[in-house]
Ligand binder design. Structure first.
Ligand SMILES: [Zn+2]
Length: 67
């Protein structure tokens, strides 16, 4: 029984070390590229703001186009 506990403890320790190393090696959040700005437009019918490329020529969102 003692051996099993020691085995589980070793696994837990290895997991903690792996996580710590992974976090240390990962680039800091500030170094990551800023989120890309996506222009949005307002649906002419329902008023929902959606990405502009999802509006059709009449300015309707996909839901209003279908219905
Ligand atoms: Zn709409």
């Amino acid at each position: 029984m003692g051996r099993l506990l020691l085995f589980l403890l070793l696994i837990a320790l290895a997991y903690i070390v792996w996580r710590t190393l992974r976090n240390a090696l990962a680039p800091p959040a500030s170094a990551a590229a800023p989120p890309k700005f996506e222009p949005t437009g307002r649906c002419a019918k329902c008023g929902t703001h959606v990405p502009r490329d999802q509006l059709d020529a009449a300015g309707h969102c996909a839901r209003c186009r279908a219905g």
